[in-house]
Write a protein that binds this ligand. Structure first.
Ligand code: FAD
Length: 421
């Protein structure tokens, strides 16, 4: 049965909340009201900046189910033993103190005609402008043999928190000389260097604790972000430990069996001890429910991050299809500031500055061996377009690599303060 948008919201609200008659919360109290869905890198930044810069002229509500946000950024360093899980957690207390109405709930539907967001706890919330930054969900059936019900046996660890802790526990429990397998994702996906930094950090842990263990990577791509830098680092630090199987060697032809703990690559079955399956990705489900996606991602206008489907809805971060920026926390933060400025301008008439974006992705290969890739971007009519970029070189000095790692530590402290206050 095909539901129209209004019917879907009514039916989904009814299934979760027969307990309470639907209520509409108009939290604006006469002021314009911005609702932000998703309190991660993009959503927290947007909520914080609109509340801070509008000085009370705009009411801002952030809808986020979790009380503590665990960053994916630096989660690989936790796997490698360089960070504790508590180093990655950020609460919403400062946002609330800064005037953001933080509601811990799931958004379960969007009625773009009525301009309301339905909440899992019942009722709905009206908005003047809606900002969606729900991150990613996985494409069903992307890896044969794997679905979300297998995520405890074969974790993705591509959303922060408990999945990352589970993967680390599994790596620590590997038998001597055991095998860690990764099924890497196809483009486009969250954090292009993320899988390969993860391989480096797992190798770092295993080299110290289980040096005869092996790592196999089945990759549907034939090249990947910072490849020369990673492969140089793997040869120098983890010689003989990592077997990367790209698409030309059958890396795209993969199936897994979570019950048997086997991975089959191009017809060859291997029994493994840990299997990190990172499936193909798409925009977080609420973007689909809001009907602002093309089936996978949500196309946006580069100048302000507004949806191409609706001028009152904005999509930030990983969920957005915006052009040249990689899907990263830095990108989401950068896009959120452009969006916050534009939303404030639209609602209060304040000055709107031309959109400028930047991003840097750091990766740690081994102790004090940090590398980076980054760029600046501008808005064109067509997309967010790259202006210029930089990347670390192979063969750099140990001092430069250490300085790059130290720079990444400063970045983490600075950007999480910029997001969460
Ligand atoms: P998220 O930060 O994922 O936030 C989405 C939020 O929305 C979540 O809190 C979720 O609970 C909430 N949400 C989802 N659906 C709903 C709903 N229906 N209702 C209410 N709330 C909802 N980036 C970097 O810049 N640098 C790095 O070094 C880096 N390293 C990474 C390493 C790894 C291993 C991984 C996996 C990622 C890494 N990233 C890095 C990428 C970065 O984590 C993401 O690009 C970034 O978090 C995207 O921000 P976002 O706001 O789009 O989504």
């Amino acid at each position: 049965m095909k539901l129209d948008r209004r019917a879907f919201i009514n039916s989904s609200a009814a299934t979760v909340a027969t307990l309470a008659a639907p209520r509409v919360f108009a939290a604006g109290h006469g002021k314009p009201h911005v609702v932000v869905v998703g309190g991660g890198a993009g959503g927290a930044t947007a909520a914080r900046y609109i509340a801070k810069d509008s000085k009370g002229e705009i009411a801002v509500t952030l809808i986020e189910p979790t009380r503590m946000y665990y960053t994916c950024f630096f989660s690989n360093l936790y796997l490698g033993g360089f960070k504790e899980i508590d180093d990655l957690g950020h609460s919403y207390g400062s946002l609330a103190a800064g005037g953001v109405n933080v509601v811990h709930d799931w958004a379960i539907g969007v009625d773009r005609e009525a301009k309301t967001v339905a909440l899992a706890s019942g009722g709905s919330m009206s908005y003047d402008k809606l900002i969606l930054s729900p991150g990613i969900d996985f494409v069903e059936g992307a890896v044969a043999g794997w679905d979300l019900s297998a995520q405890n046996a074969m974790p993705h660890a591509y959303k922060g928190g408990s999945q990352t802790e589970l993967l680390k526990a599994q790596v620590m429990a590997m038998p001597e000389g055991g095998t860690f397998a990764m099924v890497a994702p196809p483009n486009p996906y969250r954090c292009p260097p993320g899988p390969y930094e993860r391989v480096s950090m797992v190798a770092h842990y295993l080299k110290a604790n289980n040096p005869t263990a092996k790592i196999i990577v089945a990759d549907p791509k034939d090249k990947f972000s910072k490849q020369a830098l990673f492969q140089e680092g793997w040869a120098d630090s983890y010689s003989g430990m990592i077997d990367w199987i790209g698409s030309e060697f059958g890396g795209a032809n993969v199936s897994v069996d979570p019950a048997a703990m086997t991975v089959t690559i191009d017809g060859e079955e291997t029994k493994v001890d840990v299997c990190n399956v990172i499936p193909a990705m798409k925009a977080g489900h609420i973007a689909e429910l809001a009907q602002v996606t093309d089936g996978n991602w949500a196309p946006v206008n580069a100048a302000d991050m507004s949806s191409k489907a609706d001028a009152d809805v904005y999509v930030l971060g990983d969920a957005a299809q915006q052009g040249d920026m990689p899907k990263s926390g830095f990108s989401a933060n950068s896009q959120a500031k452009v969006c916050a400025n534009a939303v404030r301008g639209a609602l209060t008439g304040s000055k709107v500055f031309p959109a400028k974006f930047s991003n840097t992705c750091w990766s740690l290969i081994d102790t004090d061996n940090g590398v980076k890739v980054g760029a600046t971007y501008e808005a064109t009519d067509e997309k967010i377009a790259k202006v210029d970029g930089f990347i670390s070189s192979t063969g750099e000095s140990a001092d430069l690599r250490r300085a790059t790692y130290e720079e990444s530590e400063g970045w983490y402290a600075g950007i999480t303060a910029d997001m969460f206050g």
